[in-house]
Design a protein around this ligand. Structure first.
Ligand SMILES: *Cc1c(COP(=O)(O)O)cnc(C)c1O
Ligand SMILES: [Zn+2]
Length: 386
């Protein structure tokens, strides 16, 4: 059961029917966001009842986009631990530091959440074949959930994509096409195939539901902290699905009267020096990002030269009173080693980037010693072994 009632363009507000297959706004080429009947949800749902349900992302099904439970494609995603990291906190002089450990998700990254939601909805709407251009984890996750749903999968990847992403996609039956070029080239080829042969494109924000799966991270945070939100969330930003999704989740919880305190977290976007379009636009005070030429970084999930949701990301960062930080690949590797040595967490480079950024924020006095701070480790380091 779901309270989903509408899809709304994030730019012009035009409505789209969620009972039909949708992509993005045809008038402004902007993402569509899902709207729920939060008025009914507020009167009928009890926030404290969700705890007693079977674990996982789908225990929040009323606030996810799929109407019929039989279409839920699940592999056990969600309900990842919020780990207090005291040794790391001591090293930084912070008393309330946490890591949201998303590396425990199926396929080893939080992409599982978004693709579980998107593929389930696609299945419900009768979609038979899905396509994606990917720098790695999204392809693997899409392939796994497509297999689980009996949907055909096609993936375009640059040929230097980590081996784990190629193999995890192939073994579950996806057609993997390796190309000579960047993710932007992969996107062009996948887009053309999608138009010519009718494959449904589940690229970041070109369909409305991946961000819905990822927003559940926001619900889990609030529930885990006694319906309070942390002071600061530090998030490695590529396409921005998680950042935009969580900000949306906070608004939904507020509308349902679930939050004890209406103070929202300051959101921090982290990118790599070699691909930092959001950081540049944020500090320039721009409303949209410029395309970042020659994008390069070891954190493949952050190699996104221009997100389709750039305006939403920048809007949410500014509204939250947050900031944006770029870090070097060297600093990412140092942070990765430190997080592992002090806490036993083998983070993906993208996750480690949040710690590299935190060092900067502590040094600049942007965070205070007693604030509650959540770092997002978005994937396991194991997937990046050569
Ligand atoms: C895709 C990815 C990101 C970026 O996520 P967005 O929500 O699209 O910004 C970060 N970390 C990892 C490991 C990823 O795979
Ligand atoms: Zn529009």
């Amino acid at each position: 059961m779901s309270y989903l009632v509408n899809l709304k363009c994030s730019e012009c507000g035009r409505s789209y029917d969620p009972h039909e297959v949708q992509t993005y706004c045809q008038d402004c080429q902007a993402p569509l966001l899902a709207e729920y009947d939060l008025h009914s949800a507020r009167s009928r749902l009890d926030r404290d009842e969700f705890k007693s349900r079977p674990r996982g992302m789908w225990r929040w099904h009323e606030l996810l986009p799929v109407y019929d439970e039989k279409d839920h494609a699940t592999l056990g995603e969600g309900d990842t631990p919020l780990l207090p990291v005291r040794r790391l906190g001591d090293a930084l002089g912070l008393s309330r530091l946490f890591v949201k450990e998303e590396g425990l998700n199926p396929t080893g990254s939080f992409k599982a959440r978004g693709l579980s939601a998107a593929i389930s909805k696609a299945k419900e709407l009768g979609v038979k074949k899905v396509i994606i251009p990917t720098a790695g984890n999204a392809g693997g996750a899409m392939a796994a959930y497509a297999a689980r749903s009996g949907i055909e999968a096609c993936i375009y990847m640059p040929k230097d994509t980590p081996l784990a992403n190629i193999e995890e996609s192939r073994i579950v039956g996806a057609d993997v096409i390796l190309i000579d070029g960047l993710i932007s080239d992969a996107a062009k080829l996948a887009g053309a195939k999608s138009r010519e042969e009718g494959w449904y494109d589940v690229s970041t924000f070109k369909e409305p539901y991946r961000t819905e799966g990822k927003k559940i991270m926001g619900y889990e945070l609030a529930e885990g902290l006694g319906w309070m939100l942390p002071d600061v969330i530090i998030y490695p930003t590529g396409g921005g699905t998680g950042l935009v999704g969580m900000w949306k989740a906070f608004a939904e919880m507020e509308a349902m009267g679930w939050l004890e305190d209406l103070k929202r977290p300051r959101m921090v976007a982290v990118q790599a020096d070699g691909c930092a379009p959001v950081i540049k636009a944020f500090h320039d005070g721009a409303a949209a990002c410029d395309y970042w030429a020659d994008a390069h970084t070891i954190a493949s999930g952050l190699r996104v030269p221009k997100s389709f949701a750039d305006r939403l990301i920048l809007h949410d960062l500014h509204t939250s009173g947050g900031t944006a930080v770029a870090v070097s690949d060297d600093d990412i590797l140092k942070a990765q080693a430190q997080l592992a040595a002090l806490e036993g967490i083998f983070a993906a480079p993208e996750g480690a980037a949040t710690l590299a950024a935190l060092y900067r924020l502590v040094k600049d006095g942007w965070v205070r010693p007693n604030e509650s701070i959540v770092l997002f480790n978005t994937g396991t380091g194991l997937k990046y072994l050569k």
